[in-house]
Ligand binder design. Structure first.
Ligand SMILES: [Zn+2]
Length: 318
């Protein structure tokens, strides 16, 4: 009888423990946010902190224009509460939109509300997707993400808003710092040549390539993929080499997510240096200086300033 009672009590205790565990896992299940690119994942993480699980479909160094989603990506999106993308056709052939639609998941487009730079290519107007290269535009991304996660998880709204506010302050500090750094380069040497047109917003915001209406100079055009107006053409390549010669560009830059071969050939042909590697459509690996948006902007600006500032290479400081 005594033994039976003990067994009965332990069974009951076991049951109640199981119940507590089940309730606990429901209570602590964090919303899962699946982002298309490393930048979107970083902005999202800055806002949600540890309150949500944030995943990025693209790994550091991957190219969003040409990316082909895998069955594993579809599985990740199936577990999402919310999907987030850059939009403006950065995700080539709408791969993030397709993943979200197939899994029947809500999708937030973070560039919504940004006035895009319009490019003319092959008689068509194309909205440039690389809007994050102006730190001011990132404020729009942040507000879009904040609105979406607050709607998804209203109980944590206050914390999300507080983190977003702090991050917006950091972005303003970054923007001021970039302007100060860029001012160290004389205006006629502010010529940015890269593989593909990722830097139009950067050039416009921070006054590079003034002779080209602040548009970037790139042999590959606005996308590395096969969309309208994208891809390397002999005409584009020639224009870039002519511009380097006409305006005396001190250096050209390779991008971490694009094959460096073409830009190296152009540097050789124009007889100038490769000034270093820039983060463009992807941020750095975890543990590198470019693993966050602010880190990648800082590294880019330091690389650009070092390569373009008058006399640095020859050791003749201004
Ligand atoms: Zn791009």
């Amino acid at each position: 009888m005594k033994a039976f009672l003990l067994v009965g009590i332990s069974v009951l205790m076991g049951m109640s423990l199981t119940l507590v565990a089940a309730e606990d896992s429901v209570a602590t299940r964090k919303p899962v946010l699946v982002c298309s690119t490393t930048q979107i994942a970083d902005f999202t993480r800055e806002i949600v902190g540890d309150q949500c699980v944030v995943k990025s479909i693209l790994a550091p160094g991957a190219d969003p224009h040409t990316y082909m989603p895998t069955p594993q990506d579809a599985k990740i999106v199936l577990g999402a509460d919310l999907c987030l993308q850059n939009g403006l056709h950065l995700e080539g052939k709408n791969w993030m939109g397709t993943l979200a639609r197939d899994a029947n998941k809500p999708l937030v487009t973070c560039t919504k509300g940004i006035k895009p730079i319009e490019l003319e290519a092959e008689g068509e107007k194309i909205a440039d997707p690389h809007a994050w290269f102006s730190a001011r535009n990132v404020a729009v991304y942040v507000n879009n993400i904040l609105r979406a996660v607050s709607r998804l998880d209203p109980s944590e709204q206050g914390r999300y808003a507080a983190r977003a506010k702090l991050y917006l302050q950091q972005l303003r500090v970054l923007d001021v710092w970039v302007r100060e750094q860029v001012n160290r380069i004389s205006p006629q040497r502010r010529i940015l040549v890269t593989s593909h047109d990722a830097f139009n917003y950067f050039c416009q915001e921070y006054k590079f390539n003034s002779q080209y209406n602040y548009l970037s100079l790139a042999p590959v055009g606005w996308s590395t993929g096969s969309e309208v107006g994208a891809g390397m053409t002999p005409r584009r390549r020639k224009k870039v080499i002519d511009s380097i010669r006409n305006y005396g560009a001190p250096a050209v830059f390779v991008e971490t997510s694009v094959n460096p071969k073409l830009i190296r050939e152009i540097a050789k042909e124009a007889g100038i240096d490769v000034g270093g590697k820039l983060y463009s459509d992807s941020m750095g690996e975890s543990g590198t200086a470019g693993e966050t948006y602010i880190g990648m902007m800082r590294e880019n600006v330091l690389t650009i300033v070092t390569a373009l500032k008058i006399g640095v290479k020859e050791g003749k400081q201004e």
